[in-house]
Write a protein that binds this ligand. Structure first.
Ligand code: AMP
Ligand code: GLY
Length: 409
């Protein structure tokens, strides 16, 4: 089987590695640090393949899966209709309410005055989100009502996020532990993957701005089969059925971003793809034929045979980013130490914002590399990931030093 992986980030690198255990992989377009894989600059629609796996949200939201299916291709990834779940937070929240999926109390606004009034009725912390895609950066969570009010005005002015921000969701802030549960869906059935936890904030201790994700780990202590089963029953399956009721045949990954509150798990967001960097800790632990499972989902034919099972090994991924991330990453720095880091047993490197200049690898995006360590437990996996990360450098490299620290204790 030949699989075309669409995208160029760390998640796509992890997908290519997992798929290549049983299939031939071509990356469209991938990046220069994805050595050992065939890459193509041909538009994905025109690549010859038996299966397409679309990594990022933007091409899903703009209907790439529909275009490939229209040509008879077999695609893992929802069409434009299903991708709306991620492309519009307002639409997603309304669907969750209709499906009775637990989620934070909210309202949607186009004008600042009613939004500010609603803000005053919530006890805080307060959350303001852009409706459209903002690469994980369109969300403000704050305990300062004045800051929330300023953010409402700023977002609705269109200055901060352009059209993506002209509509917003204002919602109650939930507190608790966060958890990511991804599930393979074939339109009707869904099978969960191992749970993961992401670190969204830029700085140690969960400080600083929200990012696309600075690191992740899996498994998550306390998130056993019971909790995952509960998330499937209360969040994933009702959402899949609500989509179906709207005529949407969702074949791809439903990713539930959850807060484990005192009242049980509540959905913060749904994504319509594998998480990044969650994929970099979940896929390496997946035992079995990943390509066959994704193809079965794409064909609407998932069965118990495809149910993913996971190794007992733990995985920790530390993201290395360019200076200025997430606001304005400064790129073009020479990357050193990759070979030494890669040589450590139990370490996988997943390349994201990497380019090439004068035959050398350079930073070319905000999140540059994911360094995944695999060990007998989270402590060992974490130690390996940081040992490898310490060997890699470029001017102004940013990283967190506390990925999985609390969980590994
Ligand atoms: P989202 O893109 O909706 O997942 O938001 C990004 C991050 O913002 C989440 O992973 C949470 O850390 C945080 N967040 C989003 N919604 C809420 C909420 N209602 N309460 C507390 N934190 C939230
Ligand atoms: N790491 C969060 C995401 O992929 O949306």
């Amino acid at each position: 089987m030949k699989v075309c992986v669409v995208g160029s980030g760390g998640r796509e690198h992890a997908l290519a590695s997992a798929l290549s255990r049983t299939a031939q992989v071509v990356l469209a377009p991938g990046n220069p640090a994805m050595s050992g894989f065939e890459r193509t600059s041909v538009p994905p629609e025109q690549v010859e393949a038996d299966l397409w796996v679309i990594g990022p949200e933007a091409p899903l939201v703009s209907g790439l899966a529909d275009r490939i299916r229209a040509r008879g291709g077999c695609v893992f990834g929802p069409g434009e209709g299903g991708a709306r779940l991620e492309g519009s937070k307002v639409w997603m929240k309304e669907l969750l309410v209709a499906a009775r999926v637990p989620t934070a109390q909210f309202r949607a606004f186009d004008d600042p005055e009613p939004a500010l009034h609603y803000l005053g009725t919530l006890p805080g912390p307060w959350v303001v989100k852009t409706d459209g895609l903002a690469a994980g950066k369109g969300v403000l969570v704050t305990e300062d009502r004045g800051e929330a009010a300023r953010d409402i005005r700023e977002k609705l002015s269109g200055r901060a996020f352009g059209a993506a921000g002209r509509r917003i969701v204002v919602e109650e802030g939930l507190t608790g532990q966060e958890l990511s549960v991804m599930a393979l869906c074939d339109g009707q059935r869904a099978y969960p993957l191992a749970a993961a936890q992401d670190h969204k904030r830029l700085g140690d201790g969960g400080t600083g701005p929200n990012t696309g994700g600075m690191g992740a780990f899996s498994p998550v202590p306390g998130a056993g089969d019971d909790l995952i089963g509960d998330v499937m029953e209360r969040a994933v399956l009702p959402t899949l059925h609500a989509l179906r009721k709207r005529g949407i045949d969702f074949r791809g990954t439903l990713y539930a971003g959850l807060m484990l509150t005192d009242d049980g798990p509540k959905v913060l967001e749904f994504n319509v793809r594998f998480g990044d960097p969650e994929a970099q800790v979940v896929l390496p632990r997946w035992e079995g034929d990943v390509a066959a499972a994704l193809r079965a989902a794409a064909q609407g034919q998932l069965s118990d045979r495809d149910a993913p099972s996971f190794s007992d090994r733990a995985a920790v991924c530390v993201v290395l980013a360019a200076p200025g991330y997430p606001e304005q990453p400064v790129t073009g720095g020479f990357i050193d130490g990759l070979e030494q880091a890669r040589a450590i047993k139990g370490v996988d490197l997943y390349a994201a914002g990497v380019g090439e200049e004068e035959g050398r690898l350079v930073t070319a995006g905000g999140r540059v590399l994911g360094v995944t360590g695999l060990g007998k437990d989270l402590a060992e996996a974490r130690q390996l990931a940081y040992r490898a990360a310490d060997l890699i450098s470029w001017p102004g490299l940013l990283r967190r030093n506390d990925i999985a620290e609390v969980a590994a204790r």
